[in-house]
Structures are given as structure tokens and as C-alpha cells.
Design a binder for this molecule. Sequence first.
Ligand code: S3P
Length: 484
Amino acid sequence: MEIQVRGGASLRGQVRPPGDKSISHRALILSALAEGESQIFGLSDGEDVGRTASALSAMGAAISLPDELGSPEAEVRVVGGKLSEPSKPLYLGNSGTSMRLLAGVCAAHQMDVILDGDESLRSRPMQRIVEPLSLMGAKVASASEVDASESDLSASQAISVPSKAAPPLAIKGGNLSGIDYTLPVASAQVKGAILLAGLRANGETIVREFLPSRIHTEEMLAKCGADIAVTYGGEFHQTTKLRPSQIQPHIWRIPADPSQSAFWIVAALCAPASEIVVENVYIGPGREGFIDVLLRMGAKMEFEQKISASISEGFSDAPSRSIPPPGIPPSGIPSIRAQTSSLIATDIGPKEVPRLIDEIPVLAVAAAYAQGITRFHGVGELRTKESDRVASICTLLRSLGGQIEAEGDTLTIQGTGGLQHGQVDAAGDHRIAMSAAVSAMAMPAGSEVSISGWEAVATSYPRFLEDAAVLGVRAQGTTAQWTT
Ligand code: S3P
């Protein structure tokens, strides 16, 4: 599917992006593990979260979805507590978070399961979860030479196939023991997989991290009664200790996704005469790095703390931001007002990268619209995302006349104050597609960007174009205009 986005926009108005994707996956999983009925308000309506829901249903969780997902009021009910072996391989589409978190869940249950996904997911690294889950006692291996569509195939057959750790993954779970594990890569998905497995392991599970990553699994486990403790400092940034626990049902209210909010914020900062409000955005440890960077670049943003930080409570002392900028809550669910700004270049260090990993494509667009040279250091992990984002960010900016170089793990962008019309291939990657759309929104009237592969956006933000139209309708004169 190809779309065209026109320049000449002045973004005005108010939007509420979908419920946070990371929190949505975890709310479904924890609700499926808790005995009894949980409620989830504001679940993401993206396909990725739908994959987690379908997989949990196939394992016996009773999930009732409202007719229309996507609003903060939409209520999902989950009756969980008794997961069992699914009759077929679990197909997880494009969703790396589903695969890694569910691998932890399956490893902790007496079941033989195969987890599979689309071509992109099949190429993503899984050794990072295979290692710790195997150390805990699960049998986890790649079943890449196995036809995962064969529903009668048991994981115990599949794991005899020697192969590198790539999906489909065959898991034979149960009888786990806790481990003391230091994450070799900063990854909240790996941490989440280990902690979800640790819920049903014998003894204590400890996860140690050198760099901050998002803390949703920890804070959400605490909220539903798990025996979990988090400490900061010493040799590690964070140490998480979990003892086996039966978690309790919970009412989850999911705030808007900061990673999706970043698209509107950058569009408003770069497009002329724009002023928007993005409502009720989750700003918590491990997710707020893009705000620090945009503030350093001179972004005009204000934060209004409108409702209580129901998800963030309890872990708000997590010191992921070393020096909180003045006026910014360290965590919470503020609405964010953003206005057209003259952006200047900045340097992003390797330690910051895990806190803004998903926002780098759109921050690269901001850097192209800024004045000066912006460098992102230590971005090697970007090569392991839905596309090789080092390559796809370079292609995106170059297709629109931008100047960008990748050398080793450093991206260098020469900001020239703008980008030009052109054609972009989304490379099967939702965040590349939406970043291309943002590039176009900030261009002068008369410019147009064609984006092929737009369908990838459904994985995380199916209503992106509707929200764009909301901001456009309130604008004066010509705004972003869409043809499909
Ligand atoms: C996520 C963690 C990050 C992020 C992904 C969602 C999560 O991945 O890029 O979009 O929900 O835990 P890594 O754990 O691979 O860094």
C-alpha cells in the first residue's frame, strides 16, 4: 500500500495516540497469568498487541475484546490463571515483544510450543532469550528447518534440529530454577522474558542491568502482588530480584504510547506555525530519553500533569534520567504541548540509546530539520529491529535529500533545516513509514512524499492517518493531506 503525504501543514489540535504497546503486551500477559478476572482500559489496537492476545487465547486465557479498541475507555476483560499447551504453533506476525515475552511465559509452563512469526521476525536475534531460559532449565531452540504450519509437530521433536537461534522457536517448558543473570544487551524484552519465567521457577531470579531499560515488567508485576524488589546503584544500574509468586488480577489503565507520541511532537516542532497537545503520555524510566534529547535541541514543550501516574507509581525513583531538566516530571502521565521550534543539533551518547531506541528514526528526522551536526553513538541495536534501522534510516533521509552517514555504530546527520520531496520505501518497518510521513508534514506547501509499504503501520498505530487528519482539520489553510 502506497500513500502520499503533502507538505504545507500547520499541525494544530489535540490527539491521544494508542495505549502504550509495551504496557499493553504486559497487561494482557499478566492478566492471563493471574487467577481471576482482570480489566484493561486503553489497550493498544495495533496488530502486534493483537498477536499477544491471540496467542494467550490459544493457551486458554478467556479474552473478551470490545467492538472497537483504541480509546482509553475501551474495556478488555481477561480471565486467566490456567494456561495450557496450544494445539497449534503460535503465530506472532511482526511482533518481537510478543515472541520474547511469551517465550518466558511458555518456558515456565509444562508445555511444548512453537513460536513463529513473519519474515522479519524470523530474522531477529533470539539467542538473547534462548540462553537465559535454557539456563533456567527450559529446552529452547530454533526450529527453523521445521515447517511450523504442521500443527501436530511437538516442540520436543523440533528441538532436535540443530540450528542457530532464530524463529520459529521450539520451547519445552516447566520445572525451572531461578538464575542470577546479567543482561549482555540492554533489553527490556529479555529482562521481561526472564522475570515472567521466574514467576514460576524454583527459588529466586535475579536480573542485573548495566544500562537502564524500560521497567514495565517490574512495576506491573509489583502492582499485581508479585514478590519483587528493585534496587539501584553499585556495580549495576538496576538489580531486580523476584521470588516465585501467584499474581493477582488487576485493573489496568494504559496511558498513551510515548513512542507514537514522538511522531506528533517532532512533526509539530518542525512544521511551521504548529501547536499541538498529545494527551496522557506515559513518561517513565526507560522511555523518556527522546524528551531529554528534544529539549537539548531547543524544543518548545510544556508538560501538564493531568491524571495520576497509575502505571508509574512505586518505581518513580528509578534514576534513569541523571539530571532531570527543569519543569519535567521524572515520571508520570502528562499531556505534552509542543510548538514549532528552531532546533539545533545535539550528541546522543551510547548510554542514552536504550532509553530512546524506538524513537531514533523520528529523532533522525528532527536532526535533519535542525541546524548543525547531530550524532547518535552506539546504535548497533538498531540493526536488530523490524528492519535494519541503521540502513533504513539512512535510506529514508537520503531519499528525501538529507545528509546522513553511518560509520560503525554511529549515525551522523548534517541538519540543513529541512528535507525535500521524494519516495520512501518503509522497508516493512512501521516506524520508518511514520517517520517518512513526519518528514513530509514539515515540508513546505507543494512538496509531497510517497511512502510504499504503509501497511506496516498497522502493527502499532492503525489510526495514524485519522489522527493526522484530526490535527489537520484544526489547522489553518493547507495541512497534511492524504491520498491512499
Ligand atoms: C520493548 C523493548 C525494546 C523496544 C521494543 C519494545 C519492550 O526492545 O525496542 O519496541 O516492550 O520490552 P529491546 O528489549 O530489544 O530493546
